[in-house]
Write a protein that binds this ligand. Sequence first.
Ligand code: ATP
Length: 531
Amino acid sequence: MYFYFYYFNRNYKINSYFSFMSKDDKFKKVISHAKEYGFIFQSSEIYDGLSAVYDYGQNGTDLKNNLKDYWLKAMVQLNENIVNIDSAILMHPKIWKASGHVDAFNDPLIDNKDSKKRYRADVLIEDHIAKIENKIQKEISKASKRFGKSFDIDQFKSTNSRVLGYQNKIIEILKSFNQAMENDDLVGLKKIIENLEITCPISGSKNWTDVKQFNLMFGTKLGASAENATDLYLRPETAQGIFVNFLNVQKTGRLKIPFGIAQIGKAFRNEIVARQFIFRMREFEQMEMQYFIKPGTQHEWYSKWKDNRLAWHLSLGLGEENYRFHDHEKLAHYADAACDIEFNFPFGFKELEGIHSRTDFDLSSHEKYSSKKIKYYDNQSNESYTPYVLETSIGLDRMFLAVFSKSLIEEELADGSKRVVLKLPKILAPKKIAVLPLLKKDGLPELSKQIIEEFKWEYNTVYDEKDAIGRRYRRQDALGTPYCLTIDHQSIEDGTVTIRDRDTMVQERMKIEELKVKIKNELDIKTWLSF
Ligand code: ATP
């Protein structure tokens, strides 16, 4: 039997006030919290850092590993026809010719002559469009306040002259923007920037250089002497490691189409503008899955994987309103359909994951460049064909930022004090349980260590005896630890401990065996991933 025991509950939250902060302030809080609590550090910090390269600290590494595990379980463990590989970062240089990266992995760059700052021309235009979209949103929220319950958003959008004006402006910009991107028309891109009177956010001036193409791949050399060295690239995506192993995996695994090959690994891009913390890094990690299918079935699989990936995101409980699909107008050279899952980051909706119908472009191209036959023999229909590919590609670091930023909440409590709490999905929390002896004496530390022994085999468990209990709770709140177990004198007498829930701050006294059942139920992967 267990009974409830509430104490320290007077502080129950009354308000979350991060929502009142500006986007910039919220983002700054995210970055400083990530550093202060050992999640993310600037790379090479003692040498003043390396731009857009980051190190994960002790808690960040745990969170990142939990994210990988959550993806791998959903993608590989729960799908008997999807396998996992780990290919090398360095690959034969012809691969990048075949994939199109040598010729086409470019971004259009533009410099502001006054600030000397470099920008992606397409991003400047996209940001301008986002500003107009924000104006529409403002009109909508003003009107919804004015009309209250009777507000009809669709009618408002289709009749309000200001909103219609903004919408037409966006359509007009998109028309010329898509055309310029489609035709690699760099002069056209510059003209759009000039016509829209886009200014540099640093200098405020419109003094732009011409737009140039910039290849994003990092070059490196292989070989002991400079004369004989071969030029290589650090891979800009993990996908090609999957394509060039298609036959190896299919044959050794005796896999039948449809089947998938998944991979988590580092990718490198010499990004022109990398100023958004771990959103855009020069060294980052991708979690990609290439699903090999019969030609002609790509539309069906495209829509299935869109649904599946969105369901995976929603299973984490960060709020449906924070995700949206964005269909690509301009398709990459290899795709016949593509979209992004965008997430509401602290700086607005941006790409989190890409879902691409890649046709047979990659396998056909590797067949051509390697002169090796890359076909699948279907022994039911007795035909041999080049499979089509459906890709899901998500940045692990962007996923980290999405989860971390949405979970970081500052609450005002009933007694007027504030607490910062990282309400991570419990399944992803770096440490699941903190064991806290109320006092550093009377056998409480010893009993705490015994309790850790009970849990540490299954869950990341920490011990903390420093400072008053309230401060220890706050520390664990800031780290996102879902459960604090407080060990007191009664624990020695009757074997019960107090469990405090990170999100509600509610405390209950329970027997250890009952605790185990509660925690097991709440962290049951089956419940999290049954969608
Ligand atoms: P963007 O348009 O933001 O540059 P992309 O369309 O080039 O991204 P993809 O090539 O589709 O991105 O890569 C798949 C995923 O890898 C992206 O959805 C993103 O999550 C991640 N990703 C791409 N570039 C970076 C980067 N520089 N830093 C961190 N993650 C990245």
